[in-house]
Design a protein around this ligand. Structure first.
Ligand code: CTP
Ligand code: MG
Length: 229
């Protein structure tokens, strides 16, 4: 499989209210990032993966990765101020111009390998794919001063997740244009869509949630202890 894994782990995790970067926070005794990387091991994607980390934390990340995956050739590179810049730096660190790029948040430790495979297959076929889950809640669109403005048709709404997978040249070109035009995006599927690409949606599961708050971390710990992660 000609796929390159990029793992944005350069966020500080402000909403988690901890002193260390979120990806290093221990979950059942192991850093969150390591749990996440393990999900990609069955696909052979940890070897040559690139992890973007907060400035000045490179050596701590390096040590944690080497301990968990000795000899795996994982690159650790400094991320940027926003996720988009972290992804751009990771892209610059990929030597090859071929194949697909798999981008997965360090903060989503429970993605299942079959979903990763399906996202890769869809991106190979359509150029780009993102994992997402159908919205369970009715979503309200509000005005700035908190009045209901619109209620979009729920059957067409999906909550964005990762992995997101792209053909390499498509993602590089879209990132180059976004940087040139000074446009900011919180995910790469939207970034390539705005530059004219088609993006296939792959149904994920609520278990692939993003660890964001202390409650999420406690729930993640519970799932591991219960053996249902
Ligand atoms: N991320 C990154 N570079 C940034 C910001 C975020 O690589 N400058 C990564 C995070 O490490 C995380 C993913 O993008 O794996 C999703 O971001 P989020 O969940 O918002 O994490 P943080 O930005 O760390 O958390 P917070 O917003 O609470 O500070
Ligand atoms: Mg953030």
């Amino acid at each position: 499989m000609n796929a390159h894994l990029l793992v944005p782990a350069a966020g500080l995790g402000k909403r988690l209210l901890r002193s260390e970067p979120k990806a290093l926070v221990l979950l059942a005794g192991e850093p969150l990032l390591i749990h996440t990387l393990r999900r990609f091991a069955p696909l052979g994607l940890v070897h040559n993966a690139i992890v973007m980390v907060p400035l000045h934390h490179e050596s701590t990340f390096r040590a944690a990765i080497d301990r968990a995956f000795p000899g795996a050739h994982v690159q650790v590179c400094p991320g940027g101020a926003e996720r988009q810049q972290s992804v751009a730096r990771g892209l610059d660190a990929i030597a090859s111009d071929h194949g697909v790029v798999v981008i997965h948040d360090a903060a989503r430790p429970f993605v299942d390998p079959e979903t990763i495979r399906e996202a890769i297959r869809e991106a190979e076929c359509h150029g780009a794919a993102t994992v997402a889950t159908p919205c369970a809640d009715t979503i309200l669109q509000a005005t700035q001063d908190h009045f209901l403005e619109d209620t979009p048709d729920r059957s067409r709404l999906w909550a964005c997740q990762t992995p997101q997978v792209f053909q390499m040249d498509l993602l590089r070109e879209a990132h180059r244009l976004a940087a040139k035009e000074g446009r900011a995006y919180t995910d790469d599927a939207t970034l390539v869509l705005r530059h004219g690409a088609k993006v296939r949606i792959v149904a994920g599961s609520p278990k692939n949630f993003k660890v964001t708050t202390p409650e999420d971390l406690r729930y993640a710990e519970f799932l591991i202890k219960e053996g249902s992660a």
